[in-house]
Design a protein around this ligand. Structure first.
Ligand code: FES
Length: 101
């Protein structure tokens, strides 16, 4: 829980999906069209990691069974049913911070 510095803007290229361990939790940090998203590194379908998935049209696509999670809403497509949690990402100067619940 709490607010954690996770790196610098320059560390992450656009359209990247990066696994991070933050505050003892495994996350995926996404940079997409200049925006930042942080989500748990666990698909809500069968709990496989999401960091080995891909980005497509504003969604993370799980490579295991193909569920798509909308980056803005966390809403999934089948076979996942449960939405993906999303954590706030803030940029201060060149520093990136993620706040965990
Ligand atoms: S584990 Fe992600 S779609 Fe099944």
């Amino acid at each position: 829980m709490g607010r954690h510095r996770v790196g610098s803007v320059a560390d992450f290229s656009d359209e990247s999906l990066t696994a991070l361990e933050v505050g003892g939790q495994e996350l995926v940090l996404v940079r997409h069209q200049g925006a930042w998203y942080a989500v748990p590194d666990r698909c809500t379908h069968a709990r496989y990691p999401l960091h080995d998935g891909s980005l497509d049209d504003g969604a993370i696509v799980c490579c295991h069974h193909g569920a798509r999670f909308d980056l803005e809403t966390g809403r999934p497509t089948m076979p996942a049913i449960k939405p993906l949690a999303r954590y706030p990402v803030e940029v201060e100067g060149d520093a990136l911070y993620v706040t965990l619940p």
